[in-house]
Design a protein around this ligand. Structure first.
Ligand code: FEO
Length: 412
């Protein structure tokens, strides 16, 4: 065996334990993951587990195939891999599987029933190579017991975890991960502030719509006494018990985020053409602040939707402003409202605002979008023709106060 040290580099495998090796890839270049701004890059984690035959848990995005193979080859002959466990059939983890089969010919791929269907559709594997595993099943694979736990819709229908009882280790696919390119393998070796920020961004942008399922999963884990020494996600660092960043830390963050409790933060998103809607946004923010809540102002010209999603993860209000253009919304507001609607953050209060030159449809359209997002609208939705005068700015401040009061009421 080769693979010394815990730093991921040099195309060498990195030992997690004496029988588990990280053989994935670091993507330093990634800045966009289907619309999610990944400003710190990412990793695609694949794990090689040594048994009587060897098992690969998940794989890497197709362009990183050679890196993965070099890392595997630094520990074992790749043809000794007898099984692949595919916990999640999204292409950042399955894109290189067809090439792995060509090069090394593993005997079988184990996946959930939905995962088997997806792999068949993606790659046209011969059905004999694919084995569906059921929820709760424990099977002996390469001399190791593996327990499969379906995590349907966290975050795809095919998603599952694999637990290795003899190693007290959970392989958790996307869950408990983050987009963070870092050479340090273990979470405790990384800056905790960065881990918190990136784990929250990941939760907000990928996991948040499925928060009720997260709560059920955490309950189930507690009921079966799951208390792993190691959690191996498909992105970002590994969580290790007995360190400053153990599995219980990320489990606790997930329990907190999934509870979706409103906070005193009011997220204000807006765009502007001639600064009128901008002045309204600032006056509403003044009112929110005067009312004892915390405004988070996001001008859409310089804010990314995934940063706004991260802010909304722990918020109590969403206030949206747009000028009227061509009888409708400014396009950036259509973008952010569409994105946030899909993330399904519940229990928000909010309102709409905007300036207009003559027809003024934007406030009504925004109000309808907020209603579609189940945001409880409070106070008044404010449309102002051209720039706001002093009295109209006072109206906006009063609306900010109303938002702060509603947040306070919602929090009890
Ligand atoms: Fe990392 Fe859902 O793929």
């Amino acid at each position: 065996m080769n693979g010394e040290g815990k730093v991921r580099g040099g195309f060498k495998a990195v030992p997690v334990t004496d029988r588990i090796f990280w053989v994935g890839a670091i993507d330093w270049e990634l800045r966009d993951f289907h619309g999610y701004s990944t400003s710190r890059g990412s990793t695609y984690n694949a794990y090689l587990v040594l048994g009587e035959g060897n098992i690969l848990f998940d794989a890497v995005k197709e362009p990183f195939f050679d890196e993965m193979m070099a890392r595997i080859a630094s520990v074992v002959d790749p043809s000794s891999i007898r099984a692949v466990v595919s916990n999640h059939a999204e292409m950042d983890h399955t894109g290189s599987l067809a090439r792995l089969f060509e090069a090394a010919g593993p005997a079988q791929v184990l996946a959930s029933a939905s995962g088997v269907r997806n792999l068949d559709l993606q790659m046209g594997f011969h059905p004999a190579a694919l084995s569906a595993v059921g929820d709760g099943l424990t099977a002996s694979v390469c001399g190791l017991d593996l327990t499969f736990i379906e995590t349907k819709m966290l975050h795809w229908p095919d998603s599952m975890f694999t637990f290795l009882p003899s190693m007290n280790t959970l392989v958790s696919q996307d869950a408990f991960g983050m987009h963070l390119a870092t050479p340090e393998l273990f979470a405790f070796e990384n800056d905790p502030a960065i881990l918190l920020a990136e784990a929250a961004r990941y939760y907000a942008n990928i996991i948040m719509p499925y928060s009720p399922l997260v709560l059920k999963l955490l309950d189930r884990a507690a009921s079966i006494g799951l208390d792993p020494d190691l959690v191996l996600p498909d992105h970002g660092p590994v969580w290790k018990k007995g360190t400053s960043m153990p599995p219980s830390w990320i489990f606790g963050r997930y329990a907190h985020w999934a509870s979706m409790k409103p906070t005193d933060k009011a997220v204000i998103v807006y765009d502007t053409m001639w600064h009128a809607t901008e002045k309204m946004a600032h006056a509403i923010a003044d009112g929110v602040s005067a009312g004892g809540a915390v405004p988070r102002v996001h001008p859409m010209k310089s804010s990314h939707r995934s940063d706004i999603a991260a802010d909304l993860l722990e918020a109590g209000a969403l206030v949206a402003g747009s000028p009227t253009i061509n009888n409708g919304l400014f396009p950036t507001l259509s973008d952010i409202c569409t994105y946030l609607k899909g993330l399904r953050r519940p229990d928000l209060v909010g309102s709409a605002f905007g300036s207009y030159g003559w027809s003024g449809e934007s406030v009504k359209v925004l109000s309808e979008l907020l209603a579609g997002m189940k945001v409880t609208q409070v106070g008044e939705n404010i449309g102002i023709q051209f720039g706001p005068d002093a009295a109209q700015l006072d109206r906006c401040r009063a609306q900010g106060l109303a938002i702060a009061a509603a947040i306070s009421g919602a929090r009890g």
